[in-house]
Write a protein that binds this ligand. Structure first.
Ligand code: SF4
Length: 86
């Protein structure tokens, strides 16, 4: 199912600027702790003491959307993805 555009043609969102309700997620079975995502998205990702990324528990803000998509594409382990927020 594809999202329907809201008023003004923008994708329908959750009303908080959260990129249409998208969240950054990591597949922990694939993540190898490269840290590339934390370098590309310091606003949303920090490297934890265990050497693996810790993600902000918030939706993706609209102004970070293109950088988030770039980080997802560049994850060398294909572990990073964008999920629809519940
Ligand atoms: S770039 Fe990918 S593999 Fe590296 S820490 Fe981030 S999610 Fe894990």
């Amino acid at each position: 199912m594809l999202p329907l555009p809201g008023p003004g043609g923008a994708a329908a969102g959750d009303g908080n600027g959260g990129g249409g309700g998208e969240r950054l997620a990591v597949d922990w079975t694939l993540c190898e702790g490269h840290g590339l995502c934390a370098g590309l998205l310091p606003e949303l990702v920090r490297m934890g003491a265990d050497g693996f990324p810790s993600l902000a528990d918030a939706g993706v803000p609209d102004h970070l959307r293109s950088r988030v998509r770039r980080a997802v594409r560049r994850c060398p382990a294909l572990a990073l993805r964008l999920d629809r927020a519940p």
